[in-house]
Design a protein around this ligand. Structure first.
Ligand SMILES: O=P(O)(O)OC[C@H]1O[C@H](OP(=O)(O)OP(=O)(O)O)[C@H](O)[C@@H]1O
Ligand SMILES: O=c1cc[nH]c(=O)[nH]1
Ligand SMILES: [Mg+2]
Length: 209
């Protein structure tokens, strides 16, 4: 699908299977989500622009490459998106972190917004919105809308598991935003949970079920 990237590296698929398993507890769930986020970030940032710099090694003068232009911002959708921040920051320690609080109303399934704090220079950053689950797509589409309303223009979405419905909704509202996922699952069930999915990501991450 146009603008949708499935990152199916064997290490990611292996870890994702353990994450999905209902017998995996919060400690292992947290550790694996953190590791997968790091591995995915490697691909999500593949096209960041570079510029040449001159340096001196202990042996000789040479030219090398550094990431140029815009700086990176990571924007987790609370709560479950928090579980993907640490892994990305280990790769990109200079990234700033914005937070968007959105939960899905269990009755209407529509996103309810309760918090938004973004870096002041959001307009100048390459932004990665992170959330493990892209189900109906309501939460991600709303989060991306907040960012655009505050001036963000360069936005990509990184999710662990997506349902086809969620991909379609986000692509429909935000065709400029590329989506990176580790897996596209079959469908949503009658409660709009992803099948087979992994259950409720926030509850599994924080042990609140
Ligand atoms: O694509 P959608 O249909 O909007 O569903 C996905 C959202 O649901 C989950 O959050 P939840 O509402 O459970 O909030 P939580 O992270 O605080 O548990 C998940 O982390 C996404 O943000
Ligand atoms: O499957 C789903 C759908 C929404 N939110 C979750 O945490 N899991
Ligand atoms: Mg939840």
């Amino acid at each position: 699908m146009n603008g949708v990237h499935v990152i199916d590296h064997p290490l990611i698929q292996h870890k994702l299977t353990i994450i999905r398993d209902r017998s995996t507890g919060p400690k292992e769930f947290r550790e694996l989500l953190d590791e997968v986020a790091l591995l995915m970030a490697y691909e999500v940032t593949r096209d960041l622009p570079l510029e040449q710099v001159e340096i001196e090694t202990p042996i000789a003068r040479t030219t090398g490459w550094t990431i140029s232009g815009k700086k990176v911002g990571v924007v987790p959708i609370l709560r479950a998106g928090l579980g993907m921040v640490g892994g990305i920051l280990r790769l990109i320690p200079t990234a700033k972190v914005g937070h968007i609080g959105v939960y899905r109303d269990p009755e209407t399934l529509e996103p309810v917004e309760y918090y938004c704090k973004l870096p002041t220079d959001v307009a100048e950053r390459d932004l990665i919105v992170v959330d493990p689950m892209l189900a109906t797509g309501g939460s991600a589409a709303a989060a991306i809308r907040f960012i655009k309303e505050r001036g963000g223009t360069s936005i990509r979405l990184m999710a662990l598991i997506a349902a086809p419905e969620g991909i379609e909704r986000v692509r429909g509202h935000h065709p400029d935003v590329p989506i990176f996922v580790a897996a596209v699952d079959e469908r949503l069930n009658e409660h709009a949970y992803i099948v087979p999915g992994l259950g409720d990501a926030g509850d599994r991450l924080f042990g609140t079920r």
